[in-house]
Design a protein around this ligand. Structure first.
Ligand SMILES: NC(=O)c1ccc[n+]([C@@H]2O[C@H](COP(=O)([O-])OP(=O)(O)OC[C@H]3O[C@@H](n4cnc5c(N)ncnc54)[C@H](O)[C@@H]3O)[C@@H](O)[C@H]2O)c1
Length: 256
């Protein structure tokens, strides 16, 4: 038996072309959701949606840009046109390319700082702002945001990334507090090192894996499906009593 209460729900995955977002979109597809896969990478979004449909699920793909308020609005209009509702939102997109310049606070270019804030943080504000009225119209809904172990662990690099991921905790608690009584739950997952296809194919993969294993208590690194499982649970009725939390999904990297 799968998770309860997901069949027939309309789910928007904002950043579902690759990695954790793609795995979660596929998981929601197998749980019976109608999945809207949105991403800046519209080709990748279509591949994810196609894989859901090939597996017997229901999905549609749309290109959109977390940095552009109009484009975010369009994504939700398309979702409503296609499936008539928005019940669930998984915010997972992040500008991973900009991270190359996310060095330290003495050195980082302000354009890089602004870009990371705009996509990773303001983008989630925009998607939630677009989704909540539709959820209210349905009498409730569930949102999951993607934080990171980087929000907690204190790293000498990636200050903008870590700041956006920590700020998402505050935004998550704000939404849970603001609309919890209206039946909207808002939680976040904070993945640790997760071996997406992109990370596995990096030339430094063996070193990355060895370093990650040292930092965690579990005997293996995480897979995208490990995070997808937690997101699906949080969105399902099995997670009905969980609200306003940031859940570490990281093989015991961060203990708190
Ligand atoms: N993989 C890890 O080890 C790890 C660890 C902790 C947190 N995370 C978080 O998980 C999420 C997914 O990461 P991933 O590793 O699967 O990476 P990924 O690069 O595969 O996924 C990010 C997705 O966001 C999309 N995106 C980028 N800019 C966008 C924009 N402006 N508008 C819309 N979409 C945009 C990308 O095209 C991509 O599909 C991110 O939020 C990341 O910070 C990942």
């Amino acid at each position: 038996m799968g998770l309860s209460g997901l069949t027939g729900k309309s789910a928007v995955v904002a950043g579902g072309a690759t990695g954790i977002g793609a795995a979660t979109a596929r998981r929601l597809g197998t749980e019976g959701c109608c999945v809207v896969v949105g991403d800046l990478d519209s080709t990748g979004a279509k591949q994810t949606a196609d894989s859901i449909v090939e597996a017997g699920g229901i999905a549609a793909a749309f290109g959109f840009d977390l940095a552009d308020p109009e484009s975010v609005g369009q994504l939700f209009e398309s979702a409503i046109e296609r499936f008539g509702a928005v019940d669930l939102l998984f915010n997972v997109g992040a500008d991973m390319r900009a991270l190359r310049g996310d060095s330290d606070i003495l050195d980082i270019e302000l354009d890089t700082w602004d870009r990371i804030m705009t996509v990773n943080l303001r983008g989630y504000l925009l998607t939630m702002r677009a989704a909540i009225p539709h959820m209210l119209a349905r009498g409730g809904g569930a949102i999951v945001n993607t934080s990171s172990a980087a929000a907690f662990q204190g790293e000498p690099r990636r200050p903008a990334y870590a700041a956006t991921k920590a700020a998402l905790g505050a935004l998550t608690r704000h939404v849970a507090s603001g609309w919890g009584k209206n039946g909207i739950r808002c939680n976040a997952v904070a993945p640790g090192f997760t071996a997406t296809e992109a990370i596995r194919s990096a030339p430094q993969w063996p070193d990355l894996e060895a370093g990650a294993l040292k930092r965690m208590r579990s005997p293996r690194v995480g897979e995208s499906g490990d995070v997808a499982a937690m997101v699906a649970f949080l969105m399902s009725d099995d997670g009905a009593w969980v609200n306003g939390q940031v859940i570490n999904v990281d093989g015991g990297t961060i203990l708190r």
